[in-house]
Design a binder for this molecule. Structure first.
Ligand code: 5RP
Length: 228
């Protein structure tokens, strides 16, 4: 009895267990022959073994980061460059924040530009997360990728036209050479913020993902998965 109760307490508050459950639920959605976009992060690190375990024949994958690509290859998941596929059947990725109305903040790992390209190319975009990522409304910080060219000027322009921003310390450039930064000003209406950030020359992309892009949200909660 005591052991059962303890196990329940551990499961209820263990983000890693929740990530794994959400990841396994997403892997179960895949079918043989699908073209699949693989996201980045610790939740996706649980997804890749779950995909490998399914032994799906004929899947073709693209990866949003070098880390994901290496882990996938080690597990025997075929990964190809994202210039040989025009459309994906499904993309699966984690998130830093998932709001009640399904707006996302992504880019905690600085991979949001590639992640957004992959998500936008997919018929179905499945978000996987532990319950700590579920929020009422999205909040700062919002990750940014900025062109290295003219960086100082871009930072000043974001600061004066949108709100507080700083480059992320000790963070390597993106695989495409972009500088990773974080917007720390007010969010307000996410659609308006997304447009304001995207409108500043020098911003490669921001980590706000619109609800319209999201088809499935799988949130691990305790020892089950909430689906929305
Ligand atoms: C990387 C991302 C990740 O999906 C996001 O940071 C969530 O990461 P994790 O699964 O480790 O919590 O957007 O750029």
């Amino acid at each position: 009895m005591l052991r059962l109760r303890l196990r329940h307490v551990v499961n209820a508050s263990n983000p890693d267990t929740e990530k794994k459950l959400a990841a396994e639920a997403a892997a179960a959605l895949l079918e043989e022959g699908m073209a699949v976009g693989l996201g980045t992060g610790s939740t996706v690190a649980h997804l890749l073994p779950a995909i490998a375990a399914r032994g799906l024949i004929g899947i073709r994958c693209v990866a949003t980061s070098v880390a994901t690509e290496s882990q996938a290859r080690e597990l025997g998941i075929p990964v190809e460059a994202f210039d040989s596929l025009e459309r994906l059947d499904m993309a699966i990725d984690g998130a830093d924040q998932v709001s009640r109305d399904r707006w996302l903040v992504k880019g905690g790992g600085g991979a949001h530009t590639r992640e957004k390209i992959v998500a936008a190319s997919a018929e179905r975009f499945v978000v996987i997360a532990d319950s700590s990522k579920a929020v009422d409304r999205i909040e700062p910080p919002i990750p940014l990728e900025l062109h290295a060219f003219g960086l100082g000027s871009t930072l000043v322009r974001i600061g004066s036209e949108v709100g507080e921003v700083s480059t992320r310390p000790d963070t390597p450039p993106s695989p495409d050479g972009g500088v990773i930064a974080d917007y720390r000003g007010a969010v307000g209406d996410p659609e308006a913020l997304a447009a304001a950030l995207a409108g500043v020359p020098g911003v490669v992309d921001h980590g706000v993902f619109p609800a319209a892009m999201v088809t499935d949200v799988l949130i691990g909660r305790g020892d089950s998965v909430d689906r929305a």
